[in-house]
Design a protein around this ligand. Structure first.
Ligand SMILES: [Mn+2]
Length: 404
């Protein structure tokens, strides 16, 4: 509750209102992040996402049944009991499901097929927890800012170390993966990485979802660029950041393409947009500098981020398919990139939250991530005055956070 900002009873009451409004007998939740969000519980069933594996049925009577084999400990059990939740094993889910056979039940469009198969009278709709989970409350946003600052510090400490370490013995991509975890562990309330870290040098980074393995593990040596995409869960929030840095001397082409990606990043993160605008409307901003040169990248520009749940969370997304309105309080990543197959990859990723702009009815972003952008990869001649100002301000704020 300290970190959730809203108790489970309040969340349950809002869910109950939805059931009443649509005259539903029950709703079945299958998404672990929705269940954990609703009950304000976290667990360690799944690597990289502090969630439980469970099903949940919320009845219009106000009763809630949680089916899981993973929650343990009398304190959790009594917490749930005090909050109206009956605990049952996963094996008894089927029986409760059959009892709902002729009832009017809300099922998420993304629910597994077997649920719909068992029920006759189901209504397909959005998971009712999806939107309230995505719109962070004040405490969750404060937590995200705290987690962002700690994570940024961890990364700046890491990059300082890396700078020196590269002058000594040869490091590999996997050495860096280990070090990233070590530096995050130094920060208070660190829980775990929020996804398998991506560390790719030169051609490895050209593979968008590359993760180093023993068989692919490259030594960081000679000239090139190094892409590091990593993140963590802290008690207060979840982080995700990508930095691309020059090792040795970058080529003019690498500097040029990095600057195009940077222009896209700045254009999106500084944008002001009307309420109701969707990710798809803004996606172009991150691409336009690349498109002008017949270049592009083949991944989404931004995803929602859970609060100590999953690092990828809907319903919002900044991509061609992002048709959900971006709303105040949502957290998104801003991560344009560029990949030259078999040569190198570039990505610049910050998290940001959506807030009111100075114009009524218009929204904007505020960064949660503060780790300097590598000046060795920036061609200042390609930047406008505003872009240069943004970069200076941004890097200044990074050093303030590092010193704090
Ligand atoms: Mn990301």
């Amino acid at each position: 509750m300290k970190h959730a900002g809203q108790d489970t009873k309040t969340k349950q009451n809002a869910l109950l209102e939805t059931l009443k409004k649509d005259s539903l007998d029950a709703v079945i939740l299958h998404d672990a992040t929705s269940i954990c969000w609703l009950l304000n519980v976290r667990a360690f069933d799944v690597p990289f996402a502090p969630c439980i594996t469970a099903y949940l049925i919320a009845y219009s009577s106000g009763k809630i049944k949680l089916f899981t084999s993973s929650l343990a400990g009398p304190s959790v059990e009594s917490y749930l009991k005090n909050n109206n939740v009956t605990l049952a094993g996963l094996d008894s889910f089927e029986k409760s499901l059959m009892e709902l056979k002729n009832k009017k039940v809300l099922l998420s469009e993304l629910a597994p097929f077997f649920l719909a198969e068992r029920l006759k009278n189901y209504v397909l709709g959005k998971d009712p927890c999806l939107l309230p989970k995505a719109i962070k409350n004040k405490i969750e946003l404060q937590g995200a800012l705290k987690a962002g600052a700690k994570d940024s510090k961890a990364l700046m400490n890491f990059f300082n170390w890396l700078d020196k370490a590269l002058k000594g013995k040869k490091l590999t991509e996997l050495d860096i993966v280990d070090k990233l975890i070590q530096f995050r562990k130094e920060q208070k309330n660190f829980i775990s990485p929020s996804f398998p870290n991506i560390v790719g040098f030169n051609d490895n980074a050209a593979i968008i979802h590359y993760q180093p393995k023993e068989s692919s593990n490259k030594k960081i040596t000679g000239n090139g660029i190094l892409l590091i995409d990593s993140g963590g869960h802290y008690l207060e929030g979840t982080t995700d950041i990508t930095r691309t840095i020059a090792i040795g001397k970058p080529t003019a082409e690498q500097i040029h393409n990095f600057t195009l990606v940077l222009k896209g990043h700045i254009s999106l993160i500084t944008s002001i947009f009307p309420e109701g605008a969707c990710g798809a409307h803004l996606d172009t901003l991150a691409h336009i500098a690349l498109w002008k040169e017949g270049k592009d990248y083949d991944h989404g520009t931004g995803h929602g981020v859970g609060s100590v749940l999953e690092v990828h969370e809907g319903p919002q997304s900044i991509s061609r398919n992002g048709t959900y309105p971006l709303m105040e309080g949502m957290i998104v990543s801003v991560e344009p990139g560029f990949y030259k197959p078999k040569h190198y990859g570039i990505r610049i990723e910050n998290l940001a939250y959506i807030k009111k702009s100075k114009f009524p009815g218009y929204l904007t972003f505020e960064a949660l991530t503060y780790v300097p952008i590598d000046a060795k990869l920036v061609d200042h001649k390609m930047l406008t005055r505003d872009e240069t100002d943004w970069l200076l301000n941004y890097n200044r704020k990074c050093s303030e956070i590092h010193k704090a």
